[in-house]
Design a protein around this ligand. Structure first.
Ligand code: CA
Length: 230
């Protein structure tokens, strides 16, 4: 028997939940669902899921709090936030808390499937690297996702470590589309409209730069991409 990917959907709107459950079941997923935030968190922590879809507005506990609490326990868990389209703030908050990706409502079924399948097809870019050393002041344990940055402990997500490893290996400005392809695994990044990369870079700057607003390590080259300057 082949392994069915396990998906948890936390969504309180019954019609959307039913639609998503049918969709992913038909696509060969094993689907569990919760309509309540607190229950969603408990289920998320109790089971091993390949991916969790998290709505933001939920009864008893919102999606951001759920994401935050999952991250306290696991920085490997794949999480996609379902955000309100208009809410840029939602997107930034969600990704700051450590979601791997977001999709804005109303979303197309095709795009959501693409996002989930992409997350499952982890590129595992840094699988062989145990320790990532960036300059003199940053050392990251790529197995446990912990690091020392300027003498202080810092926690990273798998995705963040993948980005740093990739930039470190390729000492040139890397375009956003290349990061989407190499780190997120999108085969055709042009069909994705997402600020995920920018937001992950912003998060990384907060973690590794002395001053995130004036980056010296993770530098933007206008029109070219991001480069790690060590
Ligand atoms: Ca909702």
């Amino acid at each position: 028997m082949t392994h069915k990917p396990k998906l948890l959907i936390v969504e309180d709107e019954a019609a959307i939940l039913r639609g998503l459950t049918d969709l992913f079941t038909l696509q060969g997923f094993y689907v569990e669902s919760e309509q309540d935030g607190q229950k969603g968190l408990e289920t998320a922590l109790a089971g091993k899921f390949d991916c969790i879809l998290l709505d933001v507005m939920l009864p008893s506990l919102d999606g951001f709090s759920i994401c935050n609490k999952i991250r306290e326990v696991s920085r490997e868990q794949a999480i996609i936030m379902l955000t309100a389209k208009s809410s840029e703030e939602d997107i930034i908050t969600g990704l700051t808390l450590g979601a791997d990706d977001y999709i804005a409502k109303p979303f197309s079924v095709k795009e959501l499937l693409l996002r989930v399948k992409t997350i499952l097809r982890r590129t595992g870019f840094n699988e062989n690297i145990k320790t990532l050393t960036l300059g003199e002041n940053i050392t990251i344990d790529c197995v446990h996702l912990t690091g020392q940055v300027n003498g202080k402990e810092q926690l990273f997500t798998r995705r963040e470590v993948d980005i740093l490893s990739y930039l470190n290996k390729n000492q040139r400005p890397i375009p956003r589309s290349e990061l989407l392809a190499q780190i997120w695994g999108y085969n055709d990044p042009s069909e994705i409209d997402t600020r995920t990369v920018d937001i992950h870079i912003a998060k990384l700057r907060k973690k590794i730069e002395h001053k995130a607003s004036d980056p010296k390590l993770l530098v933007t080259y206008r029109g070219e991409g991001y480069k790690l300057c060590l």
